[in-house]
Design a protein around this ligand. Structure first.
Ligand SMILES: CC(C)(COP(=O)(O)OP(=O)(O)OC[C@H]1O[C@@H](n2cnc3c(N)ncnc32)[C@H](O)[C@@H]1OP(=O)(O)O)[C@@H](O)C(=O)NCCC(=O)NCCS
Length: 174
């Protein structure tokens, strides 16, 4: 039987890390071709609604960022632009990481990457999260979001109301 010596195993892992190319990207005009990839991470989105969503990003209504591993989308987040007197605020929604890629720091890196890319006029990032979603709340706290309220019945999921924890992070302070 062939056995692998520890030093050889290390080399194999190193090789695997090189092969697994991780990229952080902002979706842009060229992103309509990403629809199939997006649908893999959001299987509940119909093709029609995925096209609509990307078109609204292209029209500048929001900012979308993804993580790609070997060209396959493995994580996504969106920042909705606010208007008029709220122009300095963006609402973060639709954060998801593929279940096989969780707990590797992907969401943390994606959010930090996105915040860097947002226009400097954005000063506050807000979000609303199911108050029972402890994993996400832990993540948000860890990257500096603070709870500023609780919106009872803030969302309706599968015909059931859920309370939302409202959180905010100040960015671009200078
Ligand atoms: C929440 C979610 C985006 C986290 O993505 P992730 O890439 O695994 O997060 P990270 O690896 O960057 O985790 C950062 C921190 O968040 C917290 N966290 C993330 N997943 C956790 C879990 N399963 N249990 C406890 N804490 C968790 C931890 O504090 C973690 O830091 P640590 O690993 O050093 O302990 C991911 O689990 C997911 O897609 N969930 C389903 C969709 C969802 O709930 N989206 C948020 C909607 S508001």
């Amino acid at each position: 039987m062939n056995s692998i010596k520890p030093e050889e195993f290390k080399e194999l892992v190193k090789e695997k890390e090189i092969i697994e190319e991780i990229k952080f990207e902002q979706l842009t005009e060229n992103s309509l071709k990403e629809i199939n990839e997006l649908q893999k991470i959001f299987p509940n989105w119909t093709r029609e609604s995925s096209i609509k969503k990307i078109r609204s990003t292209i029209r500048g209504k929001d900012f979308r960022f993804v993580v790609k591993k070997n060209e396959e989308i493995i994580a996504h987040v969106k920042f909705l632009k606010k208007k008029s007197i709220h122009e300095h605020i963006a609402e973060m929604t639709s954060l998801i990481v593929n279940s096989s890629e969780r707990r590797k720091g992907i969401a943390t890196k994606l959010i930090n990457f996105s915040i860097e890319k947002l226009p400097k006029k954005i000063k506050l990032i807000t979000l609303a999260v199911d108050s029972k979603n402890k994993n996400a709340i832990n993540l948000y706290k860890k990257i500096g979001f603070k709870k500023y309220g609780l919106l009872k019945k803030g969302s309706k999921i599968r015909e059931k109301y859920v309370n939302n924890c409202l959180m905010v992070k100040e960015v671009n302070k200078n």
